[in-house]
Structure formats: C-alpha cells, structure tokens
Design a protein around this ligand. Structure first.
Ligand code: 4H7
Length: 247
C-alpha cells in the first residue's frame, strides 16, 4: 500500500517510524512518500500562501503551488483525499474500504485552508477525523495512515484485527494480565479456568454489556442473536433496578 502526503510539514510524519507502522515500512508492506509542497514554489521567497481575496484573517495556501506538487506524483490508480472538517467522518467501515486502494494521496491544508479551485480540480474525497478544529490536516493524515495500515496484510497479526473493537460492530471486552490480585481485585475467575468455550461466552457478554452501557447507538444497526437480545434485556432490567447483573 502506498501513501503520498502533500504537506508543508513533512517532519511531522517522522513519528510514524517509531510505531508498528514503522515496522510495516521496514518490511516493505507500506510506503510513505512525503512531498513538501514548499519545494514546488517558483517564488524566490519560496512563498506558499497569500492573503485571502475578500479580506479576512490569516493566509490561504496557493492553488498553483499545491497543483505543481500534485502533478509531481504518479496519479494513475491513485485516490486523492483532502483532510478537512468539511469531510465525512472517518469510521472503521471506511478505513476497511480505503485499505483496498493501491495508492492514497493525502492533501494536508494549513493556515486558513487551500484555494478552493485546486481542491475542485484534484480532490476525489473529503474526510474529517471528527468534529473539532486542528491547525492542520497532518494529524488527520497520520490517523488515516495508521488506521488503514493495520489492514495491510502482514502489518499486524490477523487475529488482532478480528478480535478488536468494531470488527463485529461491538466494543471490546476488558483485558487482564498478571498479577492475579491487584489492589485486592481478582482477575475474573473464568479467565483462569482454561475453559475456552466459557471464556468466549464471557467475553461476548462483556462486549455486549460495554456496548450497551457506553455506546448504545452502536447496537441500533446491528443484527443480534436471540441469546444476545436476552442478555441485553437482562442488563437493561438489572440497571433499571440498580442491581449488578450476575456475570
Ligand atoms: C483543510 C481545510 C481537519 C485543513 C481547512 C483539518 C480539523 C480536521 C484545515 C482547515 C483541520 C478534521 C482551516 C480548519 C482553519 C480550521 C480554523 C486544517 N481541522 N482549517 N480552520 N476534523 N484543520 O479532520
């Protein structure tokens, strides 16, 4: 999987080398091509931004400089994504779809944004990582690279993808490791039992419970088995009577 990043701050992406994504790069599974937009300024001052037409605060990234940076890339079979608060919010379903792409070009805006004309010319899709404001599109680009790279074969173990949060639309079950007793709290007995069938049942229940209690909206579009529905009914009755459900 190849990512090209059009940015004024390529050094911000160095942190990706420190993580599991760095391992994926070393193994040649992911290729991150950083393109400094400033290198494409023909101006003797290497100017990349200018004051907005119509007035107002701040600076706007120049259309021509961004366009030259874009044209330096091989854009065949590439999808151009612009990271902006105006985009559709990224979710796990979208991440999975993006992982099927061959080459993703990420356009990162800074300052007050980018001249609209070049956005209209080169962008295929606008994506936001959530409803809040950042100083630039670089952190959203890194979020996208990290989340998509996890689905590239060999970057992480296959089991980790299947067991994770959202893989079946539910939140994760709680995790425990040694010691068996911490601050007088014991690890749930079933996890020490070696009974894998019982462990799986317990984990499924904790996933359903977490989802129902913390993110009930995730259950709205989810198909549940009769057993799952019964269990949720149990939690819901218990919590309305203020009783702890029996685990
Ligand atoms: C592109 C266009 C993404 C990039 C506008 C980017 C949040 C997100 C940016 C802007 C981003 C996200 C211009 C928006 C200046 C904020 C004050 C950079 N912020 N800016 N405005 N949610 N900022 O994905």
């Amino acid at each position: 999987m190849k990512f090209s990043v059009l940015t004024l701050f390529p050094e911000m992406f160095n942190s990706l080398n420190e993580s599991i994504i760095g391992k994926g790069k070393e193994k040649g599974l992911i290729d991150i091509n950083l393109v400094n937009i400033r290198d494409f300024s023909k101006n003797k001052h290497k100017q990349v931004d200018d004051t907005p037409y119509g007035g107002g605060a701040g600076m706007v990234m120049k259309a021509d400089v961004v366009y030259e940076a874009y044209k330096s890339l091989n854009t065949k079979n590439a999808k151009v994504i612009f990271l902006t608060p105006q985009g559709k919010t990224l979710n796990q379903e979208k991440v999975k779809k993006l992982a099927q792409e061959e080459h993703i070009i990420l356009l990162c805006g800074h300052y007050e944004g980018i001249d609209q004309r070049v956005i209209e010319e080169i962008v295929d899709e606008e994506i936001s990582i959530g409803d809040y404001v950042l100083t630039g599109g670089e952190i959203p680009a890194m979020v996208l690279i990290d989340s998509v790279s996890r689905y590239v074969e060999g970057v992480i173990k296959k089991e980790s993808i299947n067991e994770e949060s959202f893989s079946d639309g539910l939140l994760e079950y709680p995790q425990y490791t040694r010691p068996e007793i911490f601050l007088n709290k014991r690890v749930p007995e079933v996890l020490l039992s070696g009974n894998h069938q019982e462990i799986e049942k317990w984990r499924k229940k904790r996933s359903l419970e977490n989802t129902y209690k913390k993110r009930p909206e995730l259950l709205e579009n989810k198909k549940l088995s009769n057993k799952d529905k019964e269990f949720i009914e149990e939690i819901s009755n218990a919590s309305s009577k203020n009783i702890e459900p029996i685990h």
